[in-house]
Design a protein around this ligand. Structure first.
Ligand code: PFF
Length: 472
């Protein structure tokens, strides 16, 4: 590509954009669901341990590789390895994975937009009915929301890194923080909320099993947007004057804090709804929690605050999650876009259009795989269950490939690019890095136990998802 590579305008812009990528459905919904199922604060502690000791080093490795090479993931792997065909596999995986994650994330984001509109137009009563969700996802209106969202995202991406992504994050992220805190504070004033707080914050260590530990790592990885080339790509837009390790720590802190507060919002709300809630009943998926369980909870608030305020609360919640999903979705799509620009020399507009065209069919296939089209609904059968096309995309790209990509990035950075080169890049814009504890820890861990742990999680997930048994 000719011309200067785009850059984030400011350090805070970069941190908000990276936090915008990280903070998403995973934090606001996935984390509370996991915490509710797996011992509350006990899960939080395991999760925080993974963020600190495994995820932050991987994040730093990805960002430094991006800034050093000034490339998308494919270009980064190629340029450092001298076009080695073996390492190129890592580059391709780091392009294809975000592309496929974007496909299923788009479907969830569409539903969030529709639920926001539903609550904002006073429809909560209908939304809380048991059949509403199933009917909605199989109705024609999904396609209208899909079109609106696709155009919106296309416009942001076409405006570029500074004017699109950075500007969006600078507006939406602070709004999101304020909304999250306000909703949490309000939720905590409702009767019985404290039962939920206690349930969340008193750790139940008996719930921690090897499977919960493995889930916590997968959750942390997804939540921080690791293993999918995003941070390599965002790293390539970071100025040489900024500290990468400082930025990574800030992003991890923001991401984990948002997850923590989301737990403090959702768990008490559940107990406001029904003080006798049996936590075992919460063992549903995140999707059913947000779209079938939460509308019921919000509706139940009408007894305390009235129907209008219940709709208002629900619409604020869905808008919050929608904003978080939108900034994440934009970040995921920026990866293939930067690959089109760098590798094929496409203009930004042409890249956005090429991406839209190639993703459209896959998104449609996911959208109709909840009953509309039998072929995609009963797509395959493996691991002892029938799976739709949507399930397949999640099982392969969210559950399985992420830890594999993380494993590859660690090996690549430490053994191919080499530690000294990574450290030299990390010292740029950060005069204290050389002497820091962080450097010593990263030096030791990235080439040793972190890839081992990631590889084990990958193998276990393959066994669990596709072969129907668990190693642990
Ligand atoms: N980190 C986002 C979340 O927690 O929802 C999701 C996400 C964003 C996943 C970007 C993958 C990604 F590339």
């Amino acid at each position: 590509m000719t011309g200067q590579r785009e850059q984030f305008r400011s350090r805070i812009g970069f941190i908000l954009a990276a936090a915008g990528s990280a903070v998403g459905i995973g934090n606001l919904v996935g984390f509370p669901v996991n915490a509710a199922k797996s011992g509350g604060a006990a899960f939080l502690l395991v999760y925080a341990g993974f963020v600190l000791f495994i995820c932050i080093p991987v994040m730093i490795a990805e960002m430094s590789l991006g800034r050093h090479t000034q490339r998308n993931p494919l270009g980064a792997y190629n340029s450092v390895s001298g076009n080695s065909p073996l390492w190129r596999i890592g580059g391709w995986l780091a392009i294809i994975t975000p592309f496929m994650i974007a496909v299923f994330y788009q479907v969830l984001t569409v539903w969030l937009l529709a639920y926001f509109v539903g609550a904002a137009t006073g429809n909560l009563e209908a939304m809380a009915q048991p059949d509403y969700f199933g009917d909605f996802i199989n109705s024609g209106s999904v396609f209208i929301y899909l079109l609106i969202l696709t155009v919106l995202i296309g416009l942001v991406l076409n405006s570029g890194v500074q004017n699109g992504i950075e500007r969006l994050a600078k507006v939406l992220m602070p709004t999101l923080f304020v909304m999250l805190l306000a909703l949490t504070a309000f939720g905590l004033t409702l009767p019985n909320a404290l039962i939920g707080v206690k349930f969340y914050l008193v750790p139940d260590l008996a719930k921690i099993s090897p499977q919960v530990v493995s889930n916590a790592l997968a959750q942390a990885f997804f939540s921080l947007s690791l293993g999918m080339g995003i941070l390599i790509t965002y790293g390539s837009y970071v100025s040489k004057g900024d500290s990468i390790s400082g930025g990574a720590k800030m992003v991890a802190l923001v991401d984990t804090s948002v997850a923590f507060f989301a737990g403090l919002l959702i768990l008490p709300a559940i107990f406001v709804f029904n003080p006798a809630t049996d936590p075992a009943e919460l063992s549903t998926s995140s999707v059913s929690l947000v779209f079938t369980f939460l509308p019921k909870i919000f509706l139940s608030m009408q007894g305390i605050v009235g129907y209008f305020a219940a709709n208002l609360f629900a619409s604020a919640f869905f808008l919050l999650v929608f904003f978080a999903a939108l900034t994440s979705q934009v970040s995921i799509l920026q990866v293939p876009i930067s690959a089109f620009q760098d590798e094929l020399g496409y203009s930004r507009l042409k890249s956005v259009l090429a991406l839209g065209a190639s993703a459209a069919l896959l998104v449609l296939a996911c959208t109709v795989s909840f009953g509309m089209v039998a072929f995609f609904t009963n797509f395959l059968s493996y691991g002892g269950a029938d799976k739709s096309f949507f399930d397949l995309v999640i099982d392969v790209f969210y559950d399985t490939i992420l830890p594999l990509n993380g494993f590859i990035v660690c090996l690549f950075v430490i053994y191919r690019w080499k530690k000294v080169n990574m450290n030299a890049e990390l010292a740029v814009g950060d005069s204290e890095f050389e002497q820091s504890m962080a450097k010593k820890y990263i030096d030791f861990s990235l080439g040793t136990f972190i890839p081992v742990v990631l590889f084990l999680v990958f193998v276990n997930t393959v066994c669990l998802k596709f072969l129907g048994f668990s190693l642990i």
